[in-house]
Design a binder for this molecule. Structure first.
Ligand code: URA
Length: 445
């Protein structure tokens, strides 16, 4: 589970002693106060000396905010994790997420009565034990982003939530035994953008799992009932018929014209209100090369075409350096089709809504190779948490299409020495393309 949410570097299994006690408590049918009292002396606060706090510039030095996941004990078939042991971190993470969101096991929490019990258990500690930044109860697992109040540990409220809800649900369902998987997993939030990312992740889980068109429509998450972006904090999804029309299933079957119309009319997130126009993408619709950037800037928003500002000029030069030209066997697109106001970083829910569009563009173009421009495009396409320097020089995969990662032209404009590295990446892309072309020729002859 450390790797399930692509948060590996910061995830940590609780200490063995804590694990055992938390596990016993989660299985127990004892009333909560008794369990908490019995267990508390043996539970050391999670925070003691384990995490390096040096990376928390604007969060409290000794406490911190945690992204926590716990799941029902039957939510993953036995052996799934063992089978995934050999796979890469990224694949394992995606596979486990997929398993959970496919709703393996009895999915007791799909029952509103039981989910309501968990919600009550979570709310009981709100502001008395922790500040709750985001939460979501899925049919077979729960995500929380919480900040224990000063001097309080993370372990105790978690144990209380799990043991009390297990006790209540077991009693009402007439069942016995472990309701929750013994371990909970936590990720110490690093900074504000990590916090925003984790909150988005939590709130968008029902949307990703296709349980709701918008997190505001999902009863068991903190965005439920929010009417607008402000109310939903980070979750700026506004329910709309178009948001439903852009669900992955419907986009999957669109041709070019339908896709263009769907993007032009998309109202799925708040960027629809601030854009001048959407920026679909430009180039040869049968190109072998697909270059993917982050999101339109001011110039692109005005003209409706990607990479037409200063960064675009540099991109054109980069293309020319490997004998390519915009529009000739080259397609250029962005992860987001709308400009984020003031060129701020895209939010998670914006990516979730736009991702089916990019995926469909890739399916229609069928490029031989994708070049991801910059960290944001790379991480949106590939997931994970790596830096560009760690990702350079390797071949990745996006829905069956090889992907190479390089610096964003706008970054190169500010960091001229890294142009040499971008040149290496372009040479790597060019030689990879030749290999792919040769392999295709060999297999068709
Ligand atoms: N930056 C991008 O990522 N895309 C554009 O279209 C323009 C600037």
């Amino acid at each position: 589970m450390l790797r399930e949410l692509e948060l590996l570097p910061m995830w940590r299994l609780r200490d063995a002693g804590i694990k055992m006690i938390a596990g016993e408590a989660a299985c127990a049918t004892t009333p909560p106060s008794t369990v908490a009292q019995a267990a508390s002396p043996a539970i050391s606060p999670l925070i003691q000396g384990v995490h390096n706090r040096g990376y928390l510039p604007h969060l409290k030095a000794e406490d911190g905010i945690y992204f926590v996941t716990f799941r029902l004990s039957d939510s993953l078939p036995e052996g799934v994790l063992a089978q995934l042991e050999e796979t890469s971190q990224q694949e394992r993470s995606r596979a486990v997420e997929k398993w959970l969101d496919q709703g393996h096991g009895e999915c007791l929490l799909a029952n509103a009565e039981y989910a309501g019990i968990v919600r009550e258990a979570i709310m009981t500690g709100k502001e008395s034990e922790y500040h709750l930044h985001a939460w979501c109860i899925m049919p077979n697992h729960v995500h929380l982003v919480l900040e224990p109040l000063p001097g309080l540990s993370l372990s105790e409220p978690l144990q209380r939530i799990k043991s009390w809800s297990a006790h209540e649900i077991n009693a009402r369902a007439g069942r016995s035994g472990c309701l929750w998987q013994r371990e909970s997993f936590d990720h110490l939030i690093r900074d504000d953008s990590d916090l925003a990312r984790c909150c988005d992740y939590v709130r968008l889980n029902p949307v990703r799992a296709q349980l709701a068109a918008s997190s505001t429509e999902y009863a068991f998450c903190d965005s439920f009932g929010a009417r607008n972006a402000g109310e939903a904090a980070c979750a700026t999804i506004v329910p709309s018929p178009i948001a439903q029309a852009a669900s992955p299933a419907s986009v999957n079957n669109m041709g070019w014209n339908e896709l263009k119309a769907a993007i032009a009319g998309c109202q799925a997130c708040s960027l629809a209100k601030t854009r001048t126009q959407t920026v679909f993408g430009v180039g040869d619709e049968h190109a072998e090369w697909l270059f993917v950037g982050e999101a339109p800037g001011a110039e692109e928003d005005r003209k409706g075409e990607p990479f037409v500002g200063q960064a675009g000029k540099l991109l054109d030069n980069m293309l020319a350096a490997i004998q390519l030209k915009r529009g000739e066997n080259v397609y250029i697109a962005n992860v987001l089709k709308c400009r984020p106001p003031n060129n701020r970083d895209p939010h998670g829910e914006e990516v979730v809504h736009c991702d089916p569009f990019l995926k469909r563009q890739v399916e229609l173009i069928k490029p031989r190779l994708i070049v991801a421009l910059g960290k944001f495009a790379a991480l949106s396409l590939l997931g994970g948490e790596q830096t560009i320097s760690a990702m350079r020089g390797k071949l990745y995969d996006y829905h069956g299409v090889p992907v190479i990662v390089t610096y964003h032209p706008a970054y190169l404009l500010r960091n001229l020495p890294d142009k040499a590295k971008a040149w290496e990446d372009l040479c790597f892309a060019r030689s990879t393309m030749r290999d792919l072309q040769s392999a295709a020729a060999a297999s068709s002859s």
